[in-house]
Design a protein around this ligand. Structure first.
Ligand code: ZN
Ligand code: ZN
Length: 363
C-alpha cells in the first residue's frame, strides 16, 4: 500500500512529503496508522549524518491506531491504540534480564535502515528508502513495527501527549525513576530543560522529591519548569553557577541529570554533587573533562543511560497512567504542529521556542 512520508534527502535539505510504498506486515509485525509523532533531537542528529542524495524516513516517537496485524500477532488487534518505542530483540541476555535498552542487537534493530534480515519496509520510485528507524520510521502516515516495540495504551490516552513517551520522555523520566532513584529527602538538579529534562522534573515531582532544581539558558523554559514541578530554577549562564548551586542545595545535590551534552555543564554538574552523589548523562557530545580528584574524594558516581534504562512495555503504561491522572502535565511542554509543517517544527525546535514538538495528522 501507499503512505505519505516526510523524506530527508540530505543534511541541509528540508523534509519533503512523498508518497512511498510500504510493505505488508510480516507475521510478527503491526501496521500502524500514525496519529502523532514526536520530534526528537536524535532525528535531527541522524538526518545530519546521511550524505546528500540518500532518502531516509526518520521518526521514532510514533503513536497511532493499529491498522493490520501479522499472522502471529494474537494480543494486539486492529483499532488498538499504541505508542511505538525503540526496538529490541527480546532474546539476548540483556533483554532477558529486563534491560532491553542495552539489547545486544540494538544498533542493527534501530539504525540499520531496514528490517533485521535486510529487507526494506519502504520503497520509493528510485528503489528502497532507508527506513525501520528505531524499528518504525514514523514520520509517515503508516509505519511498520515489530509487535514487541508497540505498547498498547488505553483508548482514552491522548496520543499527541503520549507519542514522546516512546523515546524522549521515557529517557528523562526513566533516568530518574530507574537510574537515579531519588527519595523524598533528595536534592536533584536537572541541566537542560528540553523535553527530556522536563520529563525528569515531572517524574521527580511525582516521586515527591524535596528539591528539584532546573537549570537552563531560557527564561521561558525555566518558568515552564516551575509549572511542571521544579522547586527552584537557575540561569545556566549565571557567572557563579557552581557556587550558587552548592548554596541552594545545602552543600551539593544528591542527584544530577545532564541532558545538554555540553562539556562545561557536565563538569559543573559533577562538581555540584554532594559526596556520594550521582550524575546521569543522556546526551552525546564532545568529550568532557571531569575533576577526578573531586569524583574520588567525594565518592561520586557518573553514569550514562540509554532510554532511561526503561523497558517500554512496563514504563510507558505507567507514564500514560500518570498523564491520565493529571500527574504528568505533558500539555505544558508539547507544541503540536500539523504533519505537513514538519520543517516549521524543526525550526521551532532549533530556536528553542517549542520544548517538545509533536506532529499530528489532521483527521
Ligand atoms: Zn536483545
Ligand atoms: Zn529519541
Amino acid at each position: 500500500m501507499k503512505t505519505i512520508a516526510a523524506l530527508s534527502t540530505g543534511p541541509d535539505e528540508p523534509f519533503t512529503l512523498a508518497e512511498l510504498d510500504i510493505d505488508e506486515p510480516r507475521p510478527d509485525e503491526l501496521l500502524v496508522r500514525i496519529e502523532a509523532v514526536g520530534l526528537c533531537h536524535t532525528d535531527l542528529a541522524t538526518k545530519a549524518m546521511f550524505p546528500d542524495g540518500v532518502a531516509v524516513v526518520l521518526g521514532h516517537e510514533g503513536a497511532g491506531i493499529v491498522e493490520r496485524v501479522g499472522a502471529d500477532v494474537t494480543d494486539v488487534h486492529p483499532g488498538d491504540k499504541v505508542v511505538i518505542s525503540y526496538a529490541s530483540c527480546g532474546t539476548c541476555e540483556r533483554c532477558g534480564s529486563g534491560n532491553p535498552a542495552y539489547c545486544r542487537n540494538f544498533a542493527q534493530l534501530n539504525t540499520s535502515g531496514a528490517r533485521p534480515d535486510g529487507s526494506p519496509t519502504l520503497t520509493g520510485p528510485d528503489g528502497p528508502v532507508v527506513g525501520s528507524f528505531f524499528g518504525q520510521s514514523s514520520f509517515a502516515r503508516y509505519a511498520l513495527t515489530a509487535r514487541r516495540n508497540a505498547v498498547v495504551v488505553p483508548a482514552e490516552a491522548d496520543l499527541a501527549l503520549a507519542a514522546s513517551f516512546g523515546c524522549g520522555v521515557q529517557t528523562g523520566a526513566g533516568a530518574v525513576v530507574h537510574v537515579l532513584k531519588p527519595g523524598p529527602d533528595s536534592r536533584l538538579v536537572v541541566f537542560g530543560l528540553g523535553g527530556v529534562g522536563m520529563a525528569a522534573v515531572m517524574a521527580a515531582a511525582n516521586l515527591g522529591v524535596r528539591q528539584i532544581v532546573g537549570v537552563d539558558l531560557s527564561d521561558t523554559r525555566r518558568q515552564t519548569a516551575l509549572k511542571v514541578g521544579a522547586t527552584d530554577v537557575l540561569d545556566g549562564s549565571a557567572p557563579e553557577l557552581l557556587t550558587t548551586l552548592r548554596q541552594l542545595t545545602g552543600g551539593g545535590a544528591t542527584h544530577a541529570f545532564d541532558t545538554t551534552a555540553v562539556p562545561g555543564v557536565i563538569r559543573t554538574a559533577a562538581q555540584g554533587l554532594a559526596s556520594l552523589g550521582t550524575l546521569v548523562l543522556v546526551g552525546i557530545g564532545p568529550d568532557a573533562t571531569l575533576d577526578l580528584a573531586d569524583l574520588m574524594g567525594g565518592g561520586k558516581t557518573v553514569r550514562g543511560s540509554i532510554e532511561g534504562d526503561s523497558d517500554p512495555q512496563r514504563f510507558i503504561p505507567q507514564l500514560v497512567e500518570w498523564q491520565l491522572d493529571n500527574a504528568f502535565p505533558m500539555q505544558e511542554i508539547v507544541r503540536v504542529f500539523p504533519f505537513s509543517q514538519i520543517n516549521e517544527a524543526v525550526a521551532r525546535s532549533h530556536d528553542g521556542s517549542a520544548i517538545k514538538p509533536v506532529l499530528v495528522f489532521d483527521a
